[in-house]
Every structure is written in C-alpha cells, then in structure tokens.
Design a protein around this ligand. Structure first.
Ligand code: IMP
Ligand code: MG
Length: 184
C-alpha cells in the first residue's frame, strides 16, 4: 500500500459487549453441533484478521479443541483477475480425521477463500468435515459463492476495522468494530 490518506472512525458498528455476546452464541452453537467430544475439532484461523475472533470463539466453545492458523496472500492487481491466492503459511498440525472449522474475520467478495482452495486442500488431506465460520458477512459484495455455516453478523458495504481487522495495519486492537471514513 502506498500513502495512506487521512482517515478516522466515523461510527461504531458493534460494541465490545455486542461482539462478546454474539461470539458466545456462536460458541454455544458450535458446542452443540459437535457433541461427541471424542471426535477431534480443529479451528483454523486465517491470519491476521481472525486472530482476536478465534481467541474469543475458542474460549466460548465448551468441548476439547485444537487451533492453528493459516496465512493467505491477499489478491491485488493482476492476482484478482487471475483468481490466484497463495497459502503463505500452512497448518503446523495434522488434520486427518478431524472436524475443521475455518475461522475468518469477514467475507467480502469471497475471492480469498474461494481461490485459496483452502476447503478443498483440507478435504484432500482427509479432514473429516470442513465448515466455515465468519464474524462478518457483506453479502452485497460477493463475487463468488462461498458456503458459510456460521455467521456473526451480516453488514452493509462499509469498510470496517477493529477486533482484529485493519486499515493499513491500524486499528486491529480496537475492542469494538467501527467504520472507517477517509477524510482527505
Ligand atoms: P474477500 O476475499 O473479498 O472475501 O475478503 C478477504 C479479506 O479482505 C477478509 O478476510 C479481510 O481480511 C479483508 N477485508 C474485506 N473487507 C474488509 C473490511 O471491511 N475491513 C477490513 N478487512 C476487510
Ligand atoms: Mg481475513
């Protein structure tokens, strides 16, 4: 990214309390969807945006689990049109026979998840099942279909930051989610 224009947070979309409540609900739902504690469950967070969401979600799930992270290259310029997304950091632990839930901060165009072939790659490595959990979903921006199993909130087409999400690497540490407004 080049020069970052002046910007500010113009509105709070979800307070810390609202986020915590919804994440606890998602955790409870996942807990009841995977009732057999002898079947391994693995949360796979997509760096960096999903790190804080995963940290809270994992603590809201009342059954044994493991978690790990992947990093995907973001599309930009030519990459978006060619539909190529690279896996920059792969999983460290085995997934064979495990139920996997991919944990993402936000689903926007869907291109990153679709063209990273993450779901396909996990299934090819013999994951027992693969589901997708996103904190936020911007359905109006979708360009390719991505099946979402768990969703925190659907939002309008606004650029949001906080709770792990960034604008030019800023704002990830906000405990709430706000909307960025470019002022310059
Ligand atoms: P997609 O490939 O367009 O679905 O979006 C992929 C990634 O772009 C998301 O996982 C985020 O990391 C990032 N992203 C999309 N929209 C926003 C936003 O409003 N704020 C911060 N990051 C975003
Ligand atoms: Mg992301």
């Amino acid at each position: 990214m080049g020069v970052v224009p002046p910007h500010t947070i113009s509105e709070t979309l979800f307070s810390a309390e609202t986020l915590q409540k919804r994440v606890r609900e998602l955790g409870a739902q996942i807990t009841s969807d995977y009732p057999d504690a002898s079947e391994p469950l693995l949360l796979v967070g997509v760096l960096k945006g999903a790190a804080l969401f995963l940290a809270d979600l994992a603590r809201s799930i009342g059954r044994p689990l493991e978690f790990d992270f992947v990093a995907l290259s973001s599309y930009s310029g030519a990459t978006e049109t060619s539909g190529e997304v690279r896996v920059i950091k792969d999983l460290d632990i085995s997934i064979t026979g495990k139920h996997v839930i991919i944990v993402e901060d936000i689903l926007d165009t869907g291109l990153t998840l679709r063209f990273s072939y993450l779901v396909e790659s996990l299934l090819a490595r013999h994951a027992k099942s693969v589901r997708i959990c996103v904190l936020l979903d911007k359905p109006s921006r979708r360009r390719v279909d991505v099946p979402v199993d768990y969703c925190g909130f659907q939002i309008e087409d606004k650029f949001v930051v906080g709770y792990g999400m960034d604008y030019a690497e800023q704002y990830r540490n906000l405990p709430y989610i706000g909307v960025v407004k470019v002022t310059g």
